[in-house]
Design a binder for this molecule. Sequence first.
Ligand code: SF4
Length: 62
Amino acid sequence: MKVVIDREACVGCGLCVEACPQVFDLDSENKAVSKMDTVPKDIEKACRDAASECPVDAIKCE
Ligand code: SF4
């Protein structure tokens, strides 16, 4: 699974980092970034949970 983050939409709330710190981090501009290109199977659920918690729907799991 791949994760795509809409940095324009991201408001830097940090919820995705709390939900799935293995995948998400905040950069120096307080925007979410993905730490990996391909999300391993064992953390796909946490990654999807992070996407569903995003208040501005900026995370897509593909
Ligand atoms: S949950 Fe959404 S708005 Fe909040 S930091 Fe993550 S991508 Fe940005």
